[in-house]
Design a binder for this molecule. Structure first.
Ligand code: CP
Ligand code: NVA
Length: 303
């Protein structure tokens, strides 16, 4: 049994399979062809933080695979009344086939997985967001082909998305140019990297975008860090992806944002709503990529 708790839980070869499978699943979806590989399987989704994309993509995706879903939140389950995570994992995993969790510390999802009889998927933690980067790289490949050898500019917070991009670069052979305000840097050990060979740090976000094939960013304040909002607004003021940054990138550079976005903060409206932005494909691809992921975790490779 495999879990998907961080990007490096899979090998490059497994990703090659998943990207190809997601493309097939997407093609069938667009042609209104049934793809019922998970009939009678149940996905439990546990949300300790808000969500639009993650919930809709997993829920719609599981129904499209012929399965069903159970949706739990902290507020409407015993999770919010201090039932130990280990006990919750033992119970939920006896009744369902697969569990997706969005929570706070990575250690929480690790404790759940350690007590689960079924595969567990990380739907975002403070440290990682592997399903998003899975969809992002699938989107890059759809538009531009292989990401190996390419440069991704990360402009903004050294957060869960940044950590996941760093793991992906390490595994899939591309480089990340990271520019964060001082005090919000990526931390190599939190990102779970043994070396720094796949990323370069820039104090100037414009420099980080120079020649990049993909420019990406995220909110200044992630969920769970709202108390830091005012300090972050001041610190991040120059980390707004604007047309000058996109002009410094490669001529065919793409722009991505995991969403939700704040126009005028981490990205200019002209960029996110402009011709280089692929944010809507990126959001849609969450569903196709996660359908491939769920199928893989439950059935393994399909011919
Ligand atoms: N990108 C993403 O995970 O969005 P939600 O918070 O809406 O799920
Ligand atoms: N970094 C953001 C991503 C939201 C999808 C957060 O954790 O809130």
């Amino acid at each position: 049994m495999q879990h998907y708790l961080q990007f490096k839980d899979f090998s490059a070869d497994e990703y090659a399979y998943l990207f190809a499978r997601a493309a097939l699943i997407k093609k069938k979806f667009k042609a209104y062809e049934k793809h019922h590989t998970l009939v009678d399987r149940t996905l439990a989704m546990i949300f300790e933080k808000a969500s639009t994309r993650t919930r809709v993509s997993f829920e719609a995706g599981m129904y499209q695979l012929g399965g069903s879903v159970v949706h739990l939140t902290t507020g409407d389950s015993q999770l919010g009344r201090a039932e130990p995570i280990e006990d919750s994992a033992k119970v939920i995993s006896r009744m369902t086939d697969l569990v997706m969790i969005r929570t706070f510390e990575q250690t929480k999802i690790e404790r759940f997985a350690a007590n689960s009889r079924v595969p567990v998927i990380n739907g975002l933690t403070n440290e990682f967001h592997p399903c998003q980067v899975l969809a992002d790289i699938f989107t890059y490949i759809e538009h531009r082909g292989s990401i190996a050898g390419k440069t991704v500019a990360w402009v903004g917070d050294g957060n869960n998305m940044a950590n996941t991009w760093l793991q992906a670069a390490d595994l899939l052979g591309f480089t990340v140019h990271v520019s964060t305000p001082s005090g919000y840097e990526v931390n190599q050990s939190v990102a779970g990297l043994r070396s720094a060979h796949s990323y370069r740090v820039f104090s100037d976000p414009l420099q980080a975008c120079q020649g990049a094939h993909l420019v990406t960013t995220d909110v200044w304040t992630s969920m769970g860090y709202e108390a830091e909002n005012e300090a972050r607004r001041a610190a991040f003021a120059s980390w707004c992806v604007d047309r000058t940054m996109m002009a410094a990138a490669a001529p065919d550079a793409l722009f991505m944002h995991c969403l939700p976005a704040h126009r005028g903060e981490e990205v200019e409206a002209e960029v996110i709503d402009g011709p280089q932005s692929v944010v809507w494909d990126e959001a849609e691809n969450r569903m196709h990529a996660q359908k491939a992921l769920m199928e893989y975790l439950l059935l393994g490779r399909q011919a």
